[in-house]
Design a protein. Structure first.
Length: 94
């Protein structure tokens, strides 16, 4: 299993989304960019193995009281499974 952090401009994010039969709009890189507020940085974690991919859109944002926090674009959270990847391996990498 490999795990990469992708910026919305990285073609792997859009290519993965386009290959996904469900194509949830809130997992699209443009959706993440659109809902990123001031000081927030949209990105996605992409886990890949021979069985498939896991795509997890996130926002890196300022936390109240300092520091940073991770959230989901517009509240639609969670990883998306494409194919049959080893999900446990992704969580171990995090």
């Amino acid at each position: 299993m490999t795990l990469n952090a992708l910026e919305p401009s990285d073609p792997r994010w859009l290519r993965t989304w386009e290959a996904w039969s469900q194509r949830e709009p809130y997992a699209h890189p443009a959706f993440a960019r659109w809902f990123a507020g001031a000081g927030e940085r949209p990105f996605a974690l992409l886990g890949e193995d021979a069985g498939g991919q896991i795509l997890f859109p996130l926002l890196d944002r300022p936390a109240e009281g300092g520091g940073r926090d991770l959230g989901n674009p517009y509240g639609y959270g969670g990883p998306h499974r494409i194919g049959n990847p080893d999900g446990a391996a992704v969580w171990q990498m995090l």
